[in-house]
Design a protein around this ligand. Structure first.
Ligand SMILES: NC(=O)c1ccc[n+]([C@@H]2O[C@H](COP(=O)([O-])OP(=O)(O)OC[C@H]3O[C@@H](n4cnc5c(N)ncnc54)[C@H](O)[C@@H]3O)[C@@H](O)[C@H]2O)c1
Length: 305
């Protein structure tokens, strides 16, 4: 099948592209390389260096005729969305609409993309399930929530089926330090350099860290015709930052210096997403343990510093 992956030079998108090519699909990557790297793009993919807001997207789609679109390109930095909300909105919503319009025109069968745990805000009902009404606390979270609404309307009004995945904290090789979930790549780099790890708070705060290959698997399961809508992608397990550092100590066989500082304003204490719906409708089950995923990520970071 012809599959277009926007953001295919980025962290998650590039892993998705590798897997789709392995499965025998013809893959097109659209990326403006603003944070992604050309070297991450699988050489077997057709690479188009283009901004998702560009009107040429329609021509590119008309030439390639994608059956499916995975839209991973985005402004992904929560803090940046607060400093520059117009740019966040422009990329994450105007870019989305440009792609949706082109997808409808060329008859794309399904549009699959991430939302984020950020749409839930700091709801305390854990684990977080898809039907909960989130209250985003950042402009990034709000553009992701609005994304979900646009996808619903494009399905209802223009017949474009979609899946919108609410990713938890994704980690793995090729992750940059800036976007969501970056704490693992930051910690891995600091440990590899022998630096002290700075923890905001007492380290008991928990996150739902999901390895990138599990996220890719959930995306592939979404190609089935009978599933649409909003689905969490997570592990359903909360890991504290203290446990994360302990596991890194085991993997590296070192003692990590830790510096605990005051919690940052706005930081959520616990984030945990239910996997129940993903399991029921997609047959998804995370397969990577934190230890295995962390080990792979650590060695990647160390070898690529
Ligand atoms: N990493 C996480 O933990 C996480 C969690 C929740 C949701 N997400 C979402 O997953 C998606 C992928 O995130 P990632 O972590 O791989 O980020 P990333 O920054 O590694 O990848 C994003 C890619 O999009 C490209 N891009 C950005 N703006 C563009 C534009 N205007 N036109 C064309 N290309 C553009 C970048 O060059 C980059 O290659 C994003 O939608 C992000 O919001 C990520």
């Amino acid at each position: 099948m012809n599959i277009c992956v926007t953001g295919g030079a980025g962290f998650i998108g590039s892993h998705l592209v590798d897997r789709l090519i392995k499965e025998g699909h013809r893959v097109q990557v659209i990326d403006n390389l603003s944070s992604g790297l050309r070297e991450f793009v699988n050489p077997k993919a057709d690479f188009v260096e283009l901004d998702i807001r560009d009107a040429k997207i329609l021509d590119v789609f008309q030439d390639f005729q994608p059956d499916y679109v995975f839209h991973e390109a985005a402004q992904t930095v929560v803090g940046e969305s607060m400093v520059n909300p117009t740019e966040d909105c422009d990329i994450n919503l105007m870019g989305l609409l440009n792609l949706l319009q082109a997808s409808v025109k060329v008859g794309v069968k399904k549009f699959l993309m991430p939302s984020s745990a950020a749409v839930y805000g700091d709801l305390e009902t854990l684990p977080l399930t898809e039907e909960l009404q989130g209250i985003p606390r950042s402009c990034y979270g709000l553009t992701k929530l609005t994304t979900e609404g646009y996808l619903r309307i494009y399905e209802e009004s223009f017949g474009l089926p979609y899946i919108c995945y609410r990713y938890a904290n994704v980690y793995g090789p090729r992750q940059g330090n800036g976007g969501e979930g970056g704490v693992i790549s930051i910690f891995c780099e600091q440990v590899a350099k022998g630096e002290t790890l700075v923890v905001y708070g007492d380290g008991t705060q928990t996150r739902d860290f999901v390895y990138v290959d599990d996220v890719v698997e959930a995306n592939l399961l979404g190609l089935r015709d009978d599933v649409t809508g909003i689905i969490n992608v997570s592990t359903g397990t909360g890991i504290s930052l203290n446990d994360l550092m302990n596991t890194l100590e085991e993997i590296t066989n070192t003692t990590i210096n830790r510096e605990y500082q005051e919690p940052r304003i706005g930081d959520i204490k616990h984030s945990l997403l239910s996997t129940k719906k993903a399991s029921q409708v997609l047959g998804y089950a995370p397969t990577w343990s934190l230890r295995d995923g962390l080990e792979k990520t650590y060695h990647y970071v160390k070898d690529n510093m």
